[in-house]
Design a protein around this ligand. Sequence first.
Ligand SMILES: NC(=O)c1ccc[n+]([C@@H]2O[C@H](COP(=O)([O-])OP(=O)(O)OC[C@H]3O[C@@H](n4cnc5c(N)ncnc54)[C@H](O)[C@@H]3O)[C@@H](O)[C@H]2O)c1
Length: 444
Amino acid sequence: MPKIVTVIGLGYLGATHAVAMAEFGHTVIGIEPDESKLRAFREKKLPFYEPGLELALSKAVDSGKLTFQSAHSETSRNAHAHFICVGTPQSESSYAANTTYIYASGSELAKWMSPESIVVGKSTVPVGTALRLKTEMSESAGFDVDLIWNPEFLREGNALEDSLRPDRVVLGGGTAKGIATLKEIYAPIVKAGTPFVEMDLQTAELVKTAANSFLATKISFINAMAEIAEVSGADTVKLAEAIGLDERIGKHFLKTGIGFGGGCFPKDIRAFISRAEELGVGDALDFLRAVDAVNLRRRQRVVDLLNKEFGTIAEKKIFVLGASFKPNSDDLRDSPAIAVATKLRELGANVFIHDPKAGEQVSILFPELTVVDNLAEGFSMANAVVLATEWDEYKQIDPEVSGTLMAQKVVVDGRNVLDVERWRNAGWKIYALGRSVANEVGGL
Ligand SMILES: NC(=O)c1ccc[n+]([C@@H]2O[C@H](COP(=O)([O-])OP(=O)(O)OC[C@H]3O[C@@H](n4cnc5c(N)ncnc54)[C@H](O)[C@@H]3O)[C@@H](O)[C@H]2O)c1
Protein backbone atom coordinates (compact mmCIF):
# COMPACT_ATOMS: atom_id res chain seq x y z
CA MET A 1 0.00 0.00 0.00
CA PRO A 2 1.51 3.36 -0.98
CA LYS A 3 2.20 5.63 1.99
CA ILE A 4 2.74 9.33 2.51
CA VAL A 5 6.25 10.18 3.71
CA THR A 6 8.31 13.28 4.33
CA VAL A 7 12.05 13.34 3.67
CA ILE A 8 13.74 16.03 5.73
CA GLY A 9 16.98 17.49 4.35
CA LEU A 10 17.58 17.05 0.61
CA GLY A 11 21.34 16.73 0.31
CA TYR A 12 23.12 13.78 -1.28
CA LEU A 13 21.37 11.36 1.08
CA GLY A 14 17.92 12.94 1.31
CA ALA A 15 17.47 13.75 -2.38
CA THR A 16 18.36 10.17 -3.28
CA HIS A 17 16.10 8.73 -0.60
CA ALA A 18 13.19 10.95 -1.66
CA VAL A 19 13.51 9.82 -5.28
CA ALA A 20 13.85 6.16 -4.21
CA MET A 21 10.69 6.38 -2.06
CA ALA A 22 8.79 7.90 -5.01
CA GLU A 23 10.06 5.04 -7.22
CA PHE A 24 8.59 2.64 -4.64
CA GLY A 25 5.23 4.33 -5.33
CA HIS A 26 4.90 6.46 -2.19
CA THR A 27 3.79 10.08 -2.05
CA VAL A 28 6.87 12.00 -0.97
CA ILE A 29 7.16 15.52 0.43
CA GLY A 30 10.77 16.68 0.39
CA ILE A 31 11.54 19.29 3.04
CA GLU A 32 14.54 21.51 2.38
CA PRO A 33 15.10 25.00 3.82
CA ASP A 34 17.77 26.00 1.27
CA GLU A 35 15.85 28.09 -1.27
CA SER A 36 18.35 27.64 -4.11
CA LYS A 37 18.21 23.84 -3.75
CA LEU A 38 14.40 23.99 -3.59
CA ARG A 39 14.26 26.01 -6.79
CA ALA A 40 16.47 23.49 -8.54
CA PHE A 41 14.39 20.51 -7.39
CA ARG A 42 11.17 22.19 -8.51
CA GLU A 43 12.73 22.68 -11.94
CA LYS A 44 13.60 18.97 -11.89
CA LYS A 45 17.30 19.74 -11.63
CA LEU A 46 19.68 18.19 -9.13
CA PRO A 47 21.83 20.75 -7.30
CA PHE A 48 24.71 18.23 -7.47
CA TYR A 49 25.89 15.53 -9.85
CA GLU A 50 24.90 11.94 -9.25
CA PRO A 51 24.61 9.50 -12.19
CA GLY A 52 21.00 8.67 -13.13
CA LEU A 53 19.45 10.61 -10.28
CA GLU A 54 18.33 13.69 -12.21
CA LEU A 55 16.36 11.59 -14.68
CA ALA A 56 14.71 9.66 -11.86
CA LEU A 57 13.97 12.94 -10.04
CA SER A 58 12.34 14.32 -13.16
CA LYS A 59 10.17 11.21 -13.51
CA ALA A 60 9.16 11.36 -9.85
CA VAL A 61 8.17 15.04 -10.11
CA ASP A 62 6.27 14.50 -13.37
CA SER A 63 4.32 11.62 -11.83
CA GLY A 64 3.20 13.96 -9.03
CA LYS A 65 4.65 11.60 -6.41
CA LEU A 66 7.43 13.96 -5.33
CA THR A 67 6.83 17.55 -4.23
CA PHE A 68 8.93 19.99 -2.25
CA GLN A 69 8.43 22.39 0.64
CA SER A 70 10.76 24.66 2.58
CA ALA A 71 9.23 23.57 5.91
CA HIS A 72 6.56 21.31 7.37
CA SER A 73 2.91 22.24 6.92
CA GLU A 74 -0.49 20.64 7.58
CA THR A 75 0.36 17.99 4.97
CA SER A 76 3.02 16.58 7.32
CA ARG A 77 0.23 15.56 9.73
CA ASN A 78 -1.03 13.04 7.17
CA ALA A 79 2.37 11.40 6.70
CA HIS A 80 2.90 7.81 7.84
CA ALA A 81 6.67 8.26 8.16
CA HIS A 82 9.24 11.05 8.39
CA PHE A 83 12.80 10.36 7.29
CA ILE A 84 15.48 12.54 8.88
CA CYS A 85 18.33 13.00 6.38
CA VAL A 86 19.94 16.27 7.53
CA GLY A 87 23.70 16.79 7.63
CA THR A 88 26.04 15.99 10.54
CA PRO A 89 29.27 17.75 9.45
CA GLN A 90 32.40 18.06 11.55
CA SER A 91 32.16 20.91 14.08
CA GLU A 92 34.21 23.98 13.22
CA SER A 93 36.22 23.88 16.44
CA SER A 94 36.60 20.17 17.23
CA TYR A 95 36.46 16.62 15.90
CA ALA A 96 32.89 16.20 17.15
CA ALA A 97 29.94 15.89 14.79
CA ASN A 98 27.71 18.93 14.63
CA THR A 99 24.34 17.43 15.58
CA THR A 100 22.43 20.72 15.77
CA TYR A 101 20.65 20.04 12.45
CA ILE A 102 19.41 16.70 13.81
CA TYR A 103 17.90 18.19 16.95
CA ALA A 104 16.54 21.23 15.08
CA SER A 105 14.82 19.05 12.48
CA GLY A 106 13.42 16.87 15.31
CA SER A 107 12.02 19.81 17.21
CA GLU A 108 10.37 21.25 14.07
CA LEU A 109 8.93 17.85 13.18
CA ALA A 110 7.52 17.31 16.69
CA LYS A 111 5.10 20.21 16.07
CA TRP A 112 3.69 18.67 12.91
CA MET A 113 3.74 14.89 13.24
CA SER A 114 0.77 12.72 14.23
CA PRO A 115 1.11 10.15 17.06
CA GLU A 116 0.49 7.29 14.60
CA SER A 117 3.41 8.21 12.35
CA ILE A 118 6.97 6.95 12.68
CA VAL A 119 10.24 8.90 12.61
CA VAL A 120 13.13 7.24 10.79
CA GLY A 121 16.65 8.57 11.32
CA LYS A 122 18.96 7.97 8.36
CA SER A 123 21.78 10.44 9.04
CA THR A 124 25.08 9.25 10.53
CA VAL A 125 25.11 10.29 14.19
CA PRO A 126 27.28 9.75 17.29
CA VAL A 127 26.06 6.92 19.48
CA GLY A 128 23.50 8.27 21.97
CA THR A 129 22.03 10.90 19.66
CA ALA A 130 18.91 8.92 18.74
CA LEU A 131 17.91 8.27 22.35
CA ARG A 132 18.24 11.97 23.20
CA LEU A 133 16.31 12.91 20.05
CA LYS A 134 13.50 10.50 20.95
CA THR A 135 13.27 11.92 24.48
CA GLU A 136 13.30 15.55 23.32
CA MET A 137 10.76 14.95 20.54
CA SER A 138 8.44 12.94 22.82
CA GLU A 139 8.48 15.72 25.45
CA SER A 140 7.77 18.34 22.86
CA ALA A 141 5.09 16.36 20.95
CA GLY A 142 3.33 15.20 24.11
CA PHE A 143 3.31 11.51 23.10
CA ASP A 144 5.87 8.71 22.83
CA VAL A 145 7.54 9.24 19.47
CA ASP A 146 8.16 5.97 17.61
CA LEU A 147 11.75 6.49 16.43
CA ILE A 148 13.67 3.94 14.36
CA TRP A 149 17.34 4.44 13.44
CA ASN A 150 17.95 3.19 9.93
CA PRO A 151 21.47 4.29 8.89
CA GLU A 152 22.14 4.75 5.21
CA PHE A 153 24.99 2.97 3.43
CA LEU A 154 24.66 4.47 -0.08
CA ARG A 155 27.81 5.33 -2.00
CA GLU A 156 27.94 8.56 -3.98
CA GLY A 157 28.35 7.66 -7.65
CA ASN A 158 26.00 4.68 -7.17
CA ALA A 159 23.53 6.32 -4.81
CA LEU A 160 20.15 5.55 -6.38
CA GLU A 161 20.96 1.91 -7.06
CA ASP A 162 22.26 1.51 -3.49
CA SER A 163 19.04 3.06 -2.12
CA LEU A 164 16.72 0.96 -4.26
CA ARG A 165 18.67 -2.26 -3.76
CA PRO A 166 20.75 -2.06 -0.57
CA ASP A 167 22.81 -5.08 0.51
CA ARG A 168 21.33 -4.91 4.02
CA VAL A 169 18.95 -2.81 6.08
CA VAL A 170 19.68 -1.96 9.69
CA LEU A 171 16.76 -1.06 11.93
CA GLY A 172 17.39 0.17 15.47
CA GLY A 173 14.69 0.67 18.11
CA GLY A 174 11.05 1.31 17.23
CA THR A 175 7.84 -0.47 18.22
CA ALA A 176 6.72 -3.64 16.44
CA LYS A 177 4.02 -1.55 14.74
CA GLY A 178 6.58 1.05 13.64
CA ILE A 179 8.92 -1.59 12.24
CA ALA A 180 5.99 -3.16 10.36
CA THR A 181 5.13 0.24 8.84
CA LEU A 182 8.72 0.79 7.73
CA LYS A 183 8.88 -2.68 6.20
CA GLU A 184 5.69 -1.88 4.25
CA ILE A 185 7.38 1.29 2.96
CA TYR A 186 10.45 -0.76 2.03
CA ALA A 187 8.30 -3.56 0.52
CA PRO A 188 10.39 -3.92 -2.70
CA ILE A 189 13.55 -4.30 -0.57
CA VAL A 190 11.84 -6.89 1.65
CA LYS A 191 10.59 -8.70 -1.45
CA ALA A 192 14.12 -8.84 -2.87
CA GLY A 193 15.13 -10.98 0.13
CA THR A 194 17.49 -8.31 1.50
CA PRO A 195 18.64 -9.08 5.07
CA PHE A 196 17.00 -6.82 7.66
CA VAL A 197 19.00 -6.72 10.90
CA GLU A 198 17.04 -5.45 13.90
CA MET A 199 18.69 -4.07 17.03
CA ASP A 200 18.49 -1.23 19.56
CA LEU A 201 18.98 2.45 18.72
CA GLN A 202 22.56 2.65 19.98
CA THR A 203 23.74 -0.40 18.08
CA ALA A 204 22.19 0.90 14.86
CA GLU A 205 24.03 4.20 15.26
CA LEU A 206 27.27 2.32 15.92
CA VAL A 207 26.88 -0.01 12.93
CA LYS A 208 27.26 2.91 10.56
CA THR A 209 30.24 4.50 12.30
CA ALA A 210 31.90 1.12 12.75
CA ALA A 211 31.45 0.25 9.06
CA ASN A 212 32.94 3.53 7.88
CA SER A 213 35.79 3.30 10.37
CA PHE A 214 36.61 -0.21 9.18
CA LEU A 215 36.67 0.83 5.52
CA ALA A 216 38.77 3.92 6.26
CA THR A 217 41.17 1.72 8.24
CA LYS A 218 41.54 -0.64 5.28
CA ILE A 219 42.45 2.26 2.99
CA SER A 220 44.95 3.69 5.46
CA PHE A 221 46.39 0.22 6.06
CA ILE A 222 47.35 -0.15 2.41
CA ASN A 223 48.59 3.44 2.33
CA ALA A 224 50.78 2.72 5.36
CA MET A 225 52.17 -0.22 3.36
CA ALA A 226 52.77 2.30 0.56
CA GLU A 227 54.98 4.35 2.86
CA ILE A 228 57.09 1.25 3.48
CA ALA A 229 57.06 0.23 -0.18
CA GLU A 230 58.24 3.63 -1.34
CA VAL A 231 61.44 3.39 0.68
CA SER A 232 62.07 -0.32 0.22
CA GLY A 233 61.38 -0.74 -3.49
CA ALA A 234 58.24 -2.85 -3.07
CA ASP A 235 55.03 -2.48 -5.07
CA THR A 236 51.82 -1.99 -3.07
CA VAL A 237 49.56 -2.63 -6.04
CA LYS A 238 50.96 -6.18 -6.29
CA LEU A 239 50.97 -6.50 -2.52
CA ALA A 240 47.27 -5.56 -2.38
CA GLU A 241 46.45 -8.04 -5.12
CA ALA A 242 48.21 -10.82 -3.24
CA ILE A 243 46.81 -10.16 0.24
CA GLY A 244 43.37 -9.40 -1.21
CA LEU A 245 43.12 -12.95 -2.56
CA ASP A 246 42.94 -14.14 1.03
CA GLU A 247 39.18 -14.22 1.50
CA ARG A 248 39.55 -13.21 5.14
CA ILE A 249 41.07 -9.94 3.91
CA GLY A 250 39.28 -9.37 0.58
CA LYS A 251 40.39 -7.14 -2.26
CA HIS A 252 38.09 -4.16 -1.75
CA PHE A 253 39.34 -0.88 -0.29
CA LEU A 254 42.98 -1.87 -0.75
CA LYS A 255 43.82 0.70 -3.41
CA THR A 256 46.97 2.67 -2.77
CA GLY A 257 46.75 6.36 -3.56
CA ILE A 258 46.15 9.79 -2.12
CA GLY A 259 43.56 8.39 0.24
CA PHE A 260 39.97 8.93 1.22
CA GLY A 261 37.95 12.12 1.49
CA GLY A 262 34.38 13.28 0.98
CA GLY A 263 31.53 14.18 3.28
CA CYS A 264 31.62 10.91 5.25
CA PHE A 265 34.83 8.99 6.11
CA PRO A 266 37.01 11.85 7.42
CA LYS A 267 34.33 13.45 9.56
CA ASP A 268 32.87 10.11 10.66
CA ILE A 269 36.14 8.74 12.05
CA ARG A 270 36.84 12.05 13.80
CA ALA A 271 33.33 12.18 15.27
CA PHE A 272 33.81 8.60 16.47
CA ILE A 273 37.12 9.48 18.16
CA SER A 274 35.45 12.47 19.82
CA ARG A 275 32.44 10.48 21.02
CA ALA A 276 34.63 7.70 22.44
CA GLU A 277 36.52 10.34 24.43
CA GLU A 278 33.28 11.82 25.76
CA LEU A 279 32.29 8.32 26.87
CA GLY A 280 35.63 7.87 28.66
CA VAL A 281 36.97 5.19 26.30
CA GLY A 282 39.09 7.31 23.97
CA ASP A 283 41.90 4.71 24.05
CA ALA A 284 39.66 2.25 22.22
CA LEU A 285 39.86 4.36 19.08
CA ASP A 286 43.47 5.54 19.26
CA PHE A 287 44.09 3.62 16.05
CA LEU A 288 41.65 5.88 14.18
CA ARG A 289 43.97 8.84 14.85
CA ALA A 290 46.68 6.89 13.02
CA VAL A 291 44.22 6.09 10.22
CA ASP A 292 43.49 9.81 9.81
CA ALA A 293 47.19 10.73 9.99
CA VAL A 294 48.26 8.17 7.35
CA ASN A 295 45.49 9.46 5.11
CA LEU A 296 46.58 13.09 5.43
CA ARG A 297 50.26 12.20 4.90
CA ARG A 298 49.45 10.77 1.46
CA ARG A 299 48.26 14.18 0.30
CA GLN A 300 51.49 15.76 1.51
CA ARG A 301 53.46 13.00 -0.23
CA VAL A 302 52.41 14.29 -3.65
CA VAL A 303 53.63 17.77 -2.75
CA ASP A 304 56.93 16.40 -1.42
CA LEU A 305 57.53 14.36 -4.59
CA LEU A 306 57.02 17.38 -6.82
CA ASN A 307 59.15 19.60 -4.61
CA LYS A 308 61.93 17.06 -4.86
CA GLU A 309 61.51 16.73 -8.61
CA PHE A 310 61.82 20.46 -9.25
CA GLY A 311 63.93 21.58 -6.29
CA THR A 312 61.01 23.84 -5.52
CA ILE A 313 57.53 23.95 -6.98
CA ALA A 314 57.26 27.71 -6.58
CA GLU A 315 56.35 29.20 -9.98
CA LYS A 316 55.93 25.72 -11.49
CA LYS A 317 52.77 25.00 -13.44
CA ILE A 318 50.99 21.94 -12.12
CA PHE A 319 47.97 20.45 -13.87
CA VAL A 320 45.72 18.55 -11.45
CA LEU A 321 43.40 16.00 -13.03
CA GLY A 322 40.26 15.73 -10.93
CA ALA A 323 38.73 17.81 -8.15
CA SER A 324 35.92 15.69 -6.69
CA PHE A 325 36.74 13.27 -3.87
CA LYS A 326 35.87 10.32 -6.10
CA PRO A 327 34.84 9.77 -9.70
CA ASN A 328 31.16 9.96 -10.73
CA SER A 329 30.50 12.61 -8.12
CA ASP A 330 31.01 16.37 -7.96
CA ASP A 331 31.33 16.34 -4.17
CA LEU A 332 34.29 18.49 -3.14
CA ARG A 333 33.93 18.04 0.61
CA ASP A 334 37.35 17.21 2.07
CA SER A 335 38.52 16.13 -1.38
CA PRO A 336 42.13 14.85 -1.48
CA ALA A 337 42.43 16.39 -4.98
CA ILE A 338 41.49 19.84 -3.70
CA ALA A 339 43.76 19.39 -0.67
CA VAL A 340 46.74 18.60 -2.91
CA ALA A 341 45.93 21.45 -5.31
CA THR A 342 45.59 23.91 -2.43
CA LYS A 343 48.86 22.80 -0.80
CA LEU A 344 50.69 23.21 -4.12
CA ARG A 345 49.16 26.64 -4.54
CA GLU A 346 50.20 27.67 -1.03
CA LEU A 347 53.78 26.79 -1.93
CA GLY A 348 53.69 29.16 -4.89
CA ALA A 349 52.85 26.78 -7.73
CA ASN A 350 50.48 27.85 -10.49
CA VAL A 351 47.75 25.25 -10.27
CA PHE A 352 45.39 24.37 -13.10
CA ILE A 353 42.63 21.91 -12.34
CA HIS A 354 40.24 19.91 -14.48
CA ASP A 355 37.17 17.94 -13.48
CA PRO A 356 34.48 16.52 -15.77
CA LYS A 357 31.66 17.58 -13.43
CA ALA A 358 32.91 19.80 -10.61
CA GLY A 359 34.69 22.58 -12.56
CA GLU A 360 32.06 25.24 -11.99
CA GLN A 361 31.91 24.55 -8.26
CA VAL A 362 35.70 24.69 -8.00
CA SER A 363 35.70 28.17 -9.57
CA ILE A 364 33.16 29.34 -7.01
CA LEU A 365 34.58 27.68 -3.90
CA PHE A 366 38.32 27.81 -4.72
CA PRO A 367 38.86 30.88 -6.90
CA GLU A 368 42.63 30.68 -6.34
CA LEU A 369 42.70 27.53 -8.52
CA THR A 370 42.42 28.01 -12.27
CA VAL A 371 39.85 25.70 -13.80
CA VAL A 372 40.70 24.32 -17.22
CA ASP A 373 37.92 22.79 -19.32
CA ASN A 374 40.10 21.24 -21.95
CA LEU A 375 42.66 18.53 -21.17
CA ALA A 376 44.98 19.44 -24.06
CA GLU A 377 45.08 23.06 -22.87
CA GLY A 378 46.07 21.91 -19.37
CA PHE A 379 48.81 19.59 -20.61
CA SER A 380 50.25 22.25 -22.90
CA MET A 381 50.68 24.68 -20.00
CA ALA A 382 52.04 22.27 -17.39
CA ASN A 383 55.46 21.40 -16.00
CA ALA A 384 53.92 18.39 -14.27
CA VAL A 385 50.59 16.56 -14.05
CA VAL A 386 48.94 15.06 -10.97
CA LEU A 387 46.18 12.49 -11.45
CA ALA A 388 44.12 13.04 -8.30
CA THR A 389 40.68 11.56 -9.06
CA GLU A 390 40.31 8.40 -11.12
CA TRP A 391 37.66 9.54 -13.62
CA ASP A 392 37.46 7.12 -16.56
CA GLU A 393 38.46 9.79 -19.05
CA TYR A 394 41.83 10.22 -17.31
CA LYS A 395 42.54 6.49 -17.52
CA GLN A 396 42.12 6.78 -21.27
CA ILE A 397 44.61 9.61 -21.80
CA ASP A 398 47.16 8.67 -24.47
CA PRO A 399 50.64 9.35 -23.03
CA GLU A 400 52.12 9.67 -26.54
CA VAL A 401 49.65 12.37 -27.57
CA SER A 402 49.62 14.28 -24.28
CA GLY A 403 53.40 14.00 -24.08
CA THR A 404 53.80 15.96 -27.30
CA LEU A 405 52.11 18.91 -25.57
CA MET A 406 54.66 19.15 -22.76
CA ALA A 407 58.30 20.10 -22.55
CA GLN A 408 58.93 18.18 -19.33
CA LYS A 409 56.94 15.00 -19.02
CA VAL A 410 56.33 14.38 -15.31
CA VAL A 411 53.22 12.75 -13.91
CA VAL A 412 52.22 11.74 -10.39
CA ASP A 413 49.60 9.01 -10.49
CA GLY A 414 47.80 9.56 -7.20
CA ARG A 415 45.33 6.75 -7.87
CA ASN A 416 47.44 4.03 -9.49
CA VAL A 417 45.31 3.84 -12.60
CA LEU A 418 47.86 4.60 -15.31
CA ASP A 419 49.81 1.92 -17.16
CA VAL A 420 53.28 2.71 -15.82
CA GLU A 421 55.19 0.89 -18.57
CA ARG A 422 53.20 2.57 -21.31
CA TRP A 423 53.70 6.04 -19.84
CA ARG A 424 57.38 5.41 -19.26
CA ASN A 425 57.83 4.10 -22.80
CA ALA A 426 56.24 7.33 -24.03
CA GLY A 427 59.04 9.22 -22.30
CA TRP A 428 57.27 10.17 -19.07
CA LYS A 429 58.77 10.23 -15.64
CA ILE A 430 55.99 8.61 -13.65
CA TYR A 431 55.59 8.62 -9.89
CA ALA A 432 52.91 6.09 -9.01
CA LEU A 433 52.22 6.24 -5.27
CA GLY A 434 53.23 3.12 -3.37
CA ARG A 435 55.03 1.41 -6.25
CA SER A 436 58.67 0.67 -6.78
CA VAL A 437 58.54 2.58 -10.05
CA ALA A 438 58.93 5.73 -8.06
CA ASN A 439 62.28 4.41 -6.82
CA GLU A 440 63.35 3.35 -10.26
CA VAL A 441 62.94 6.80 -11.70
CA GLY A 442 65.13 8.06 -8.90
CA GLY A 443 62.69 10.44 -7.31
CA LEU A 444 62.35 9.15 -3.77
N1 LIG B 1 26.59 11.70 1.24
C1 LIG B 1 26.65 10.39 1.41
O1 LIG B 1 27.18 9.63 0.59
C2 LIG B 1 26.07 9.77 2.66
C3 LIG B 1 25.93 8.37 2.74
C4 LIG B 1 25.40 7.81 3.90
C5 LIG B 1 25.09 8.61 4.98
N2 LIG B 1 25.28 9.97 4.89
C6 LIG B 1 24.92 10.78 6.05
O2 LIG B 1 23.71 11.44 5.73
C7 LIG B 1 23.64 12.72 6.35
C8 LIG B 1 23.42 13.77 5.27
O3 LIG B 1 24.53 13.76 4.41
P1 LIG B 1 24.54 14.55 3.03
O4 LIG B 1 25.79 14.20 2.36
O5 LIG B 1 23.23 14.32 2.34
O6 LIG B 1 24.59 16.07 3.59
P2 LIG B 1 24.23 17.41 2.84
O7 LIG B 1 24.91 18.49 3.58
O8 LIG B 1 24.45 17.23 1.37
O9 LIG B 1 22.64 17.57 3.04
C9 LIG B 1 22.02 17.92 4.24
C10 LIG B 1 20.77 18.74 3.89
O10 LIG B 1 19.98 18.95 5.06
C11 LIG B 1 19.39 20.24 4.98
N3 LIG B 1 18.95 20.65 6.31
C12 LIG B 1 19.69 21.15 7.34
N4 LIG B 1 18.90 21.42 8.39
C13 LIG B 1 17.65 21.09 8.04
C14 LIG B 1 16.38 21.12 8.71
N5 LIG B 1 16.28 21.54 9.97
N6 LIG B 1 15.30 20.69 8.04
C15 LIG B 1 15.38 20.25 6.78
N7 LIG B 1 16.56 20.20 6.10
C16 LIG B 1 17.67 20.61 6.72
C17 LIG B 1 20.53 21.08 4.39
O11 LIG B 1 20.05 22.31 3.85
C18 LIG B 1 21.11 20.14 3.34
O12 LIG B 1 20.48 20.30 2.08
C19 LIG B 1 24.97 12.86 7.10
O13 LIG B 1 24.78 12.44 8.42
C20 LIG B 1 25.89 11.91 6.37
O14 LIG B 1 26.95 11.47 7.18
C21 LIG B 1 25.73 10.56 3.75
